[in-house]
Design a protein around this ligand. Sequence first.
Ligand SMILES: [Zn+2]
Ligand SMILES: [Zn+2]
Length: 221
Amino acid sequence: MNLQVVTMTLGPAETNTYLVAAAGSQKAVVIDPSWDGHLILDEAKKRNWRITNIWLTHAHFDHFGGSAAVADGTSPPPPVALHSEDYPLWRANGGGDSYGLKFDPGPEPTIDLAHGQTLYVGDIEFQVRFAPGHTRGHVMFYVPSDKLMFVGDVIFQMSIGRTDFPNDAGGGQLPGSNHNTLIESIHREVLGLPDETRLLPGHGPATTVGDERRFNPFLQE
Ligand SMILES: [Zn+2]
Ligand SMILES: [Zn+2]
């Protein structure tokens, strides 16, 4: 295993933030800086890691509420990556308005993620997999060398992402959740991977493709 993964569970929705770095490298990427960016910075500093990028699986507020503090405390500020289909949701405060949450969204995303794109942390390859359904522009980050995938809110241990969000924010266009689209995404982009692939979700504990294929109640025929 070459990839170092630090998991932090932060914020009002207990969202998992993943700080990742290649072993021996001092550059790190934050996947979903969910909240309390100062704690994420502390964690990076402790390991002598400099945060070079922020990657978002999707634009719900609880997955980027810590972006501003991470960017403010890092020089130069790390660019934010997001799929363009989730930009409208990002601009609409990630749906936080309906919870009465006001927060600084941090830097506007400038890296446009697309299916099949390759990203690197040190020399470790991450593949972007497009998996809409929970939101319109949800992506996952697959690391073939380490047999793991950061899956955001697509699939959880024995559960799947919510698709019951109110569709009123942003003039009826947001957040675009759709149950059937989500199930299709899981079959296409998750269940085709080897059973031992570890899945690191946006909420709750890690699981594996094999466990979810066999036991996840939402995926049984
Ligand atoms: Zn979400
Ligand atoms: Zn979430």
